[in-house]
Design a protein around this ligand. Sequence first.
Ligand code: HEM
Length: 411
Amino acid sequence: MSSDATDLGRGLSRRRFLFGGAAVGAGAAVALGVDRALPPSRAAELDAAGLNGARTVAFHGAHQCGIDTPIAAHATYLGLGLRDGVDREDLARMMRVLTDDAERLMAGEGALADTEPELATVPAALTVTFGFGPQLVRRAAGSSAVPAWLGPLPAFGIDALEEQWSGGDLLIVVSSDDAVTVAHAVRMLLKDSRSFASLAWRQDGFRRAYGSEVSGTTMRNLFGQVDGTTNPEPGTAEFDQVVWATGSGDTAWLTGGTSLVLRRIRMNLDTWDEVDPTARSFAVGRRIADGAPLTGSRESDPPDFEATTAAGNTVISPVAHIARSRPVDSREVIFRRGYNYDVAPSGEGVSETGLLFASFQADVDAQFTPIQRRLDQADLLNTWTTPIGSAVFAIPPGCAPGGFVGDTLLA
Ligand code: HEM
């Protein structure tokens, strides 16, 4: 990841680098690793008004964007199925085209043959991230290139999986602080992939709008819980260790990449409504009000799982969500990057709401699955949550200028 992207990770605006101080103009943009500058008039116009729309994220680098870059307000996950007969050469062609689209759109330019290039001029920190399912990797390079963990997760008792949210050969994740930008990028990317693949599912997620809260505030999910407190910090050695994969032999292509587990988890707000704040906090092991552990007073306080009440019970229940999900050792840590979803209910319900639970980790089997297994066995939160979709993707590394995402597998 380039140094300016790391700075973005620390919450600094790339705009400051591009347009503030001495770093002005196309030369500065190149020096800072920006692949293509925004059309100057449009960028200057947005920047002069102090608008978030001008922010861009670097496309090229050792890792793909959208993983350790700051999380945007909107994300659309697209799961595609490869068409019959699409072979290795086709896949390389497809990824070249999609890479070119992503690069241009992220820089605030229209894609090639963009039918609405005007919509591309407000990137608002647009990122496009690609992932590969097992069938794509097999068609590209044979079964030996498929990492052992790339496939459906084991069946869990809590699952009520629906085909319409599960599996997929190609993943495209589009995220931005502006929903119009997302809609446009999604359409361009789908148009350019349609001779190779068709859309199997689409999942839209959202968090607070950029600027609504102080940058770095942990998100609240639609249960009202502070969600994402204990998570590796991008830019740290722990994060690198947890997230970036190292392949070898036939899976060497994945080095610098990672894996994504995407679970669509329904949250039953109707029954959650019946629970008071004390019981809500007990279920998680953290206070609903501020996310502090039940044994502490601030969100950042480490939970004390040994502390007991006067009656001799642990303050944090052994079946509270954080007691069950916390990793047993450092090899089990995952990086969570979730979004809320809220769609039209079917039938009489008031809402159909949940979490697009997304976690990145170097190895699904070693990191994600043991945690999910424990939650399957016991977790108070299971009373109100049901996984209804599940997909696992290999996220290839980033690419250099002139390359394309997936070139380590397909070139
Ligand atoms: C709708 C489903 C879920 C909800 C509402 C939820 C909510 C939460 C909340 C409120 C916390 C405490 C604050 C924090 O550290 O983020 C938390 C922690 C955590 N959750 Fe979940 N979660 C869900 C599903 C899952 C799943 C499926 C996994 C993994 C299989 C998971 C893994 C974790 C981990 C690793 C932590 C941090 C534990 C620690 O070290 O303290 N969660 N979750």
